[in-house]
Write a protein that binds this ligand. Structure first.
Ligand code: FAD
Length: 464
């Protein structure tokens, strides 16, 4: 019997995996994962994401082993690598779950065309999003630009029940082409190994994902509506990296909430909706990470300092902004909520959503630095760094995005701290030196920097 290849991408799980199910139903499954850093337009993973991927693939291998399905790891441009592997394995079929980035879709369409030509059975499935971005359209057939009607349309659908893991005994047992050792990809940091905090905070893989989901549904969910805004408590689910890597599917999370929803559960479900909305935007605007969705912001006078790796000076007269950007990255702006968030991010690869909003607003509005530089920093440091949610949220904060927070809404990091960390527990956890002379002085004046930002925005509007 010819092997059927299931090509894993952002769906590193065996449960609720329609492509895997199809490969198993077809006969003898072989799993393939490709580290593709070469195809045009593919965004290379950041450091924290590479760490996660290493452990996630280790977990996937364990799950596949228990089903008797071999996992082939290959590195290279996906089109060529799939072609070579499929041919060398003598496969009769190829299955995958869809991806929604433009560059990825181009690669997939090319492979599909090749596979059909080569006489292979090739099929793709919906698994990573609750909606297909081209199917959910406004009355005039366009993309949604406002969240509420978008989510009303999406959440009115009936989402399929998650699929169980396939039964054992359907893996291919014949000879296989060469494959890479995971360690040879060097996804883990060495000199220095900065990943200790990540390992303390996270256990990648579907088993930990399901445990966290179950604990959240039984524990945090009833209080989520209020708890989600409190960085000093474990008020949110902490599921974002698992969803990012597909160790958990949105269908599994949706159905875990049960049919009868409390208000808190509905709020939580709508956060899944924001994830969908970010992907909807990304599907329709592939340049989401590099171009303002509202082009009038192209003329906003944001600074674009360059921070050199040696901690040296910025270029082109931007020394002050370069130093401010560095202080923001390192969590020493003198504003404790921003600094605590940035330190949490550096240590654990994750930051609480409320603090992400405050830290981002501070960068783009008080420091006047371009949102893309913040987006790039998050891309490199978040374990949940997501090609849609990261830029979409940065644009939301900057005011340049779809259904964005208006530019004039400038978070006051001190007022936010008093409101959302009233006993100072979050600050104490991440800034042990807070309140001592070692803690840095404030890098900007909140009032004047706020006025400057509003003035720049006013000028931008006047020129429209
Ligand atoms: P919960 O509150 O428990 O929410 C449940 C799930 O809903 C999350 O796991 C996530 O998948 C989704 N979700 C929640 N809020 C959002 C949102 N605003 N946008 C999109 N999806 C959401 N989220 C990412 O997954 N990846 C990113 O790269 C990312 N970058 C961000 C950058 C900025 C500047 C901001 C303000 C937000 C960003 N977010 C990103 C959204 C949000 O902060 C995280 O999804 C959330 O903090 C994850 O924690 P949680 O799983 O406990 O969330």
């Amino acid at each position: 019997m010819k092997p059927s290849i299931v090509w894993f991408r952002d769906d590193l799980r065996v449960r609720d995996n329609p492509a895997l199910r199809a490969a198993v139903d077809d006969g003898a499954a072989v799993a393939l994962y490709i580290l593709d850093e070469e195809s045009p337009g593919i965004r290379p993973l950041g450091g924290a994401a590479r760490w996660w991927l290493h452990h996630s693939l280790t977990a996937l291998r364990e799950e596949l082993d228990s089903l008797g399905i071999p996992l082939l790891l290959r590195r290279g441009p996906a089109a060529e690598t799939v072609r070579k592997t499929t041919t060398a394995a003598g496969a009769g079929a190829l299955f995958w779950n869809r991806r929604y980035g433009e560059a990825e879709r181009t690669v997939d369409a090319g492979i599909k065309a090749w596979a059909r030509e080569a006489g292979l059975h090739v099929e793709s499935f919906q698994a990573s999003l609750l909606h297909e971005p081209w199917e959910v359209t406004t009355k005039t057939g366009g993309q949604y630009k406002v969240f509420t009607p978008f989510w009303r349309a999406v959440s009115a659908q009936d989402f399929r029940e998650p699929l169980a893991a396939p039964a054992k005994g359907h893996g291919y047992t014949g000879g296989l082409p060469d494959y890479d050792e995971l360690d040879s990809w060097h996804l883990l940091p060495t000199k220095p190994d900065w990943s200790g905090g990540l390992a303390e905070a996270w256990t990648p893989g579907p088993r930990a994902a399901h445990k966290r989901l179950a604990e959240f549904v039984d524990g945090g969910l009833p209080e989520y509506k209020e708890g989600r805004d409190r960085p000093d408590r474990d008020g949110s689910s902490g599921l974002s990296p698992y969803l990012r890597w597909g160790e958990l599917s949105p269908f599994e999370v949706w159905h875990a909430l049960g049919p009868r929803r409390s208000e808190s559960a509905a709020v939580f479900a709508s956060e899944l909706g924001w994830r969908e909305f970010c992907w909807h935007q990304y599907f329709h605007n592939p340049q989401l990470a590099t171009a303002n969705l509202r082009p009038e912001f192209d003329r906003f006078p944001w600074a674009w300092p360059e921070v050199s790796g040696d901690g040296g000076h910025g270029h082109s007269g931007h020394e002050a902004a370069a130093e401010e950007l560095r202080a923001w990255q390192q969590g020493r702006t003198g504003f404790p909520l921003v600094d605590a968030g940035q330190r949490q991010l550096w240590h654990s690869g994750w930051m609480h959503n409320r603090v992400r909003m405050v830290a981002a607003s501070f960068l783009v509005k008080n420091l006047g630095i371009h949102w893309q530089l913040g987006e790039q920093w998050f891309w490199d440091t978040l374990v949940d760094a997501d090609p849609a949610s990261n830029p979409a949220n940065w644009q939301w904060v900057a005011g340049s995005g779809a259904d964005a927070s208006p530019f004039f809404r400038i978070f006051n990091p001190e007022a936010q701290r008093t409101k959302f960390d009233p006993q100072g527990k979050y600050i104490a956890r991440w800034i042990p030196e807070f309140g001592t002379p070692e803690y840095p002085e404030e890098t900007v004046d909140l009032k004047t920097s706020r006025q400057d930002a509003l003035e720049a925005y006013k000028e931008l509007r006047e020129r429209l």
